[in-house]
Design a protein around this ligand. Structure first.
Ligand SMILES: Nc1nc2c(ncn2[C@@H]2O[C@H](COP(=O)(O)OP(=O)(O)O)[C@@H](O)[C@H]2O)c(=O)[nH]1
Ligand SMILES: [Mg+2]
Length: 198
């Protein structure tokens, strides 16, 4: 059963003035397009097709807000990194993302989803910087672990931990095998229990 039986979509926003009221706490989930962000959200919330998975990378360029419990939200941030994107789309994306991090007082943590076969990308480094700028803690889900051997998974985790050098925590995850499900949910709960930045 879902730990969040009352979880529900709130709204999609294309600009900060469309964000819902900045009260309570929220955890943002970021990830390069096609990294496996929607799949990870569905596993953590334990609801099939809660956040829609897409075969068409780059379709979801909006900030999607979901209510988990009273005063607690999960925010699906727009992905990035697909080939066919115009300069104006890229600029809009950057402004929407940086605006989100700057404005949101209720933001208490970031879950960063990355395909472990690619390690971290420049997208991920940009997200880490946005979070660091507003002193929001980050937990990295290295996903698609089912695509690699156990040894390769351990190597990927170590390499990313080394790059991060303590700036974020890291775990292996798979939406397919559900590896790391409990740890990811625990981290979400930890973040939701923290106050937003002062
Ligand atoms: N093998 C495997 N495939 C995954 C995993 N997570 C996501 N995918 C697949 O990767 C593609 C992109 O996933 P999606 O969750 O929509 O990525 P998003 O763009 O980051 O939201 C889809 O075809 C998913 O089925 C995983 O843990 N293992
Ligand atoms: Mg998605």
């Amino acid at each position: 059963m879902s730990q969040y039986p009352n979880a529900a979509f709130i709204k999609s926003a294309n600009a900060p003035d469309q964000f819902p009221a900045d009260v309570g706490t929220e955890v943002a989930v970021a990830g390069r397009s096609n990294a496996g962000k929607s799949s990870a959200i569905n596993i953590i919330v334990n609801r099939r097709q809660f956040a829609r998975t897409s075969k068409t990378p780059g379709r979801t360029q909006l900030v999607n807000f979901f209510g988990l419990k009273d005063g607690q939200r999960l925010v699906d941030l727009p992905g990035y990194g697909f080939a066919r994107v115009t300069d104006s789309m890229r600029q809009h994306w950057g402004e929407l993302l940086s605006g989100y991090f700057e404005i949101r007082q209720s933001l208490s943590g970031l879950l960063l989803v990355a395909d472990m076969r690619r390690r971290l990308t420049d997208y991920d480094r940009a997200m880490l910087q946005f979070a660091a700028d507003v002193q929001v803690p980050v937990h990295v889900l290295l996903t698609k672990a089912d695509k690699l051997s156990r040894g390769q998974v351990a190597t990927a985790v170590l390499e990313v931990q080394k790059e991060l050098a303590g700036r974020a925590t890291v775990q292996a995850f798979s939406a397919t095998s559900r590896l790391g499900e409990e740890q990811a949910r625990q981290q979400l709960e930890n973040f939701l229990g923290l106050p937003g930045p002062a």
